[in-house]
Design a protein around this ligand. Structure first.
Ligand code: 5CA
Ligand code: ZN
Length: 415
């Protein structure tokens, strides 16, 4: 699929060092790069509603990682999926009387516009699930053949059986076992599996936490003919297959919100390990949840602050970016209008003091750029990065345009 327009990134004198990122699987900071190319997969949207500040914050975090890699002189290969076939999308389409394909296409188009407005770097590979159904079905066939998957009969289906991943069997044949990524206790796994699209009570499964790989065709649901019968994919396998196809195994960073740690990233890693015999990624990175009105901002709850609504009302997308950057990507936080106001004031001040023709002061712009780079290098400390720029702006620097270029290159804000 087409992604969106790539923002311009100015180059800076000198280099950052490669960043350290917090890895959920090892619960520590990891220096995350291999060779000359950093490879990153970030789970994409399920396109049944517009981009809210939670999505924006998550995609901005991985945009920032890429800006630091680029500043460190690395090439970046970025891939992202679009979950354009899944229960929530079909349910919303049915509830609103819109064809699911049209709903998905319209929301992906809105997302592209929002990402472009926010100057988020686009993926080189932007892949919809419906574009890779054959590849997914083939992966499911291989998992069945290897014994890492099994069939569960579907009395209500004429098309055959559903196919589930066998967590225990996969653990015996690959470098992954349940819990390797999330390290959750059994009760929490059970709760998250239930809350996040799993079906622990499905009759005929070998284990309650075995996830669905392929859902046999049902009346009234979209389905595709495939090597494992007519049906459609389960959720986690899409990201394993797209990531392996576009980035290869053992890539640098698998990213997404903390609501994806379990079961999604746990199971995607398990599927990929069973398919390739290798770990999926070096670093499993997760962003905190953005809340609004006391609850996690979510399409299903409807407590949304939408990027497109704010920009349509005249809010500068750079101020939205600065509002998000004022929070560390791993913390949970709540969106407020007051925080947006603070960001608007900051944007006005920085624009005044760091534009190409701003009057120079006595502080060292080189020093400020080095401090900005260092703040981002250690687990993307964007609040510290903003504080560096605030301090430089307050005291004045000898080369305001240089610091302005660094703000553009590293924080994505062209002043
Ligand atoms: N399509 C799947 C991933 S394969 C999915 O989770 N889609 S989504 O549209 O629900 O979310 C897209 C991304 O935004 C995910 O990385 C998710 O973790 C993140 N996200 C969703 N809500 C929030 C929130 N309130 N705060 C931060 N990130 C969020
Ligand atoms: Zn995903």
């Amino acid at each position: 699929m087409k992604a969106w327009k790539r923002p311009e990134i100015p180059t800076l004198p000198g280099f950052s060092a490669a960043p350290c990122l917090y890895d959920t699987a090892t619960a520590g900071l990891v220096e995350a790069h291999t060779g000359d190319t950093a490879r990153i997969y970030v789970c994409g949207i399920t396109p049944y509603d517009a981009t809210h500040m939670g999505h924006a914050a998550t995609y901005l975090a991985y945009d920032t990682v890429q800006r630091v890699w680029l500043d460190a002189g690395l090439d970046v290969h970025f891939a992202q999926n679009v979950t354009d076939i899944d229960d929530p999308l079909l349910e919303r389409a049915a509830a609103t009387g819109v064809d699911w394909r049209e709903l998905a296409a319209s929301q992906v188009e809105l997302f592209r516009g929002d990402m472009e407005a926010l100057s988020i770097l686009p993926p080189e590979d932007y892949v919809a699930v419906t574009e890779v159904l054959d590849g997914i079905a083939e992966a499911v066939r291989r998992l069945l053949a290897s014994g890492a998957a099994y069939e569960v009969p579907t009395p209500d289906s004429r098309a055959g059986s559903d196919i589930y991943f066998d967590n225990a069997a996969a653990a015996g044949m690959s470098p992954w076992e349940l819990g390797d990524i999330s390290h959750l206790d059994a009760a929490t796994m059970d709760r998250f599996f239930r809350e996040r699209g799993g079906d622990p009570d499905r009759e005929g499964k070998r284990s309650t936490l075995d996830p669905l790989l392929w859902r046999a065709a049902r009346d009234g649901e979209p389905s595709w003919e495939s090597v494992v019968g007519a049906g459609r994919p389960g959720w986690h396998i899409e990201c394993s297959v797209i990531a392996l196809k576009e980035l290869g195994r053992d890539f640098t960073v698998q990213g997404g919100g903390s609501d994806l740690i379990f079961p999604h990233h746990e199971m995607s890693a398990g599927h990929a390990a069973a398919l390739s015999g290798h770990p999926l990624a070096r670093v499993y990175s997760h962003t905190g949840m953005v809340a609004y009105q006391g609850e996690k901002m979510s399409k299903s709850l409807g407590n949304l602050v939408l990027v497109s609504k704010l920009t349509a009302s005249g809010v500068d997308a750079r101020a939205i970016r600065l509002t998000l950057l004022a929070h560390h990507y791993r913390s949970d936080w709540e969106w407020t209008d007051a925080a947006l106001g603070t960001a608007q004031d900051r944007l006005a001040l920085w624009t005044d003091r760091l534009s190409a023709n701003a009057a120079p002061g006595s502080g060292s712009a080189d020093g400020a750029v080095a401090a900005l780079r260092e703040a981002l290098r250690i687990d993307l400390n964007t609040p510290a990065a903003l504080a560096v720029v605030d301090a430089a702006v307050a005291s004045g620097v000898d080369d305001p345009a240089l610091l302005g270029r660094a703000v553009h290159a590293l924080l994505g804000i062209e002043l």
